[in-house]
Design a binder for this molecule. Structure first.
Ligand SMILES: [Zn+2]
Length: 420
């Protein structure tokens, strides 16, 4: 019996699963371009291409669909050769093979596979690749809007109704939001009233969770001081960096309060992201701890296993009842870390606190399919390892897979209703 025909592979690969994190946009966004194979490497593989030495201007040219495919392929190919074994690229290659019938990307195949990709770029692409071919029953979809690409994608929107970065754009955005919700924002109190109305709107539109990114802890301030900072900010005056981060933290705490009252799970990006040349230690998972101590009544789903700080993410899940670990994107970011972590998680974290996979993709349902397929294979391999070394029986491994790939999502995101 080959490994892939074992009962564990069978249940992990065939299970109707919950895709625990995407950013999939309404399909029109994808259908409005004529995609080709090089373009499929945008988003995460672009980070690997840049780190392999591709210049920023070449990276822009390579992903610019108005430039000829032949020209872009010539720039892309030498860097592709360096990144093709990375998890992010492997996900694209898996999509190419399973969905477009191309098992090897080279000088002879890049044109025909591109034609096939363009040919299949038709309405229904999300359901064809994820629902039907990918066996996905629900998508927890953080596209920050109510409109969804399929009826089994459930909206996750922004925790913070406006980010406190550039006063100009925030004031403009908040005024617009205020007009929509009939609140004239003039001070902190009216801003908080607006926040309450926005959250009521979220509830009306079947939102299941809200998303944010972790940042280093700021000095906590009381409402009086926050009102002073807000007034200054609202008048367009600059705030000192620590005042700005304290105000942001105050507003974020208020939003977490609304999220908890609304029974929305707070999804948090932890660890490295898709960019290059930035200080990703700002997103260290340990920065969650002060937030968790302040909000024992809210529910937090920590993303990406905190990569590269998996040990600390696991310890946090072991120490806080209101934390779950979402392994989305971790399986593409570093597949062998993902597989090794499975055995760690089996032996350390309560099994109802894990979500095993999510593609974390915006416009590429095909690549999301590839990421999820490779995640399932990694999970099956890791759980099979736990069976061979006697830590789990086959039945227990399959039960864990079912929980991690499906049923846990309904408890971790209670607004996601179990099918009747
Ligand atoms: Zn994401």
């Amino acid at each position: 019996m080959s490994a892939r025909s074992s009962p564990i592979y069978d249940c992990v690969l065939r299970l109707k699963a919950v895709d625990a994190h995407e950013h999939l946009l309404p399909e029109q966004e994808r259908l409005s371009v004529t995609p080709d194979v090089v373009w499929l490497f945008h988003q995460y593989s672009l980070r690997e291409l840049r780190c392999a030495g591709m210049s920023e201007s070449d990276a822009q040219a390579v992903m610019d669909l108005s430039v000829s495919l032949h020209k872009r392929w010539r720039i892309f190919k030498p860097f592709y050769e360096s990144i093709k074994h990375t998890g992010c690229a492997q996900g694209v290659l898996c999509a190419m093979k399973d969905l477009y019938g191309c098992g090897d990307l080279n000088d002879k195949t890049y044109v025909p596979v591109s034609e096939e990709i363009a040919r299949q770029n038709k309405p229904g692409i999300t359901d064809r690749f994820l629902g039907q071919k990918g066996n996905i029953a629900h998508i927890l979809n953080c596209n920050y809007q109510y409109r969804q690409p399929v009826d089994y994608a459930h909206p996750i929107v922004s925790l913070n109704i406006a980010a406190v970065w550039s006063p100009k754009s925030v004031v403009k955005d908040v005024r617009e939001l205020g007009r929509k919700h009939r609140v004239a924002v003039t001070d902190l109190d009216s801003y908080l009233e607006l926040m309450g109305r926005v959250y009521a709107d979220y509830r009306k539109h079947k939102v299941i969770g809200v998303k944010t990114t972790i940042f280093p802890p700021a000095r906590t301030i009381d409402k009086r001081r926050a009102s002073g900072h807000f007034a200054r900010f609202w008048r367009g005056k600059s705030l000192a960096p620590d005042a700005r981060s304290s105000l942001f933290s105050f507003l974020q705490d208020a939003a977490i309060g609304y999220a908890a009252q609304s029974d929305f799970t707070v999804a948090v990006h932890c660890g490295i992201g898709a960019g290059v040349n930035y200080d990703f230690t700002d997103q260290h998972v340990r920065h969650m701890i002060p937030l968790l101590l302040r909000h024992p009544g809210a529910r937090f789903d920590l993303f990406h296993l905190g990569y590269p700080w998996m040990g600390e993410a696991i310890a946090i899940a072991q120490s806080f009842p209101n934390v779950s670990l979402n392994l989305c994107w971790c399986h593409a970011n570093n597949p062998s870390v993902y597989e090794r972590a499975i055995a760690d998680l089996v032996g350390s974290v309560a099994s109802n606190k894990i979500l095993a996979m999510g593609g974390d993709i915006w416009r590429l349902p095909d690549v999301a399919y590839g990421y999820l397929k490779l995640a399932r294979l990694g999970l099956a391999r890791a759980l099979s390892g736990c069976v061979s070394d006697g830590r789990l029986s086959s039945g227990e491994a399959c039960a864990l897979a079912e929980a991690w790939l499906n049923s846990n999502a309904f408890a971790i995101y209670p607004k996601l209703k179990l099918p009747a």
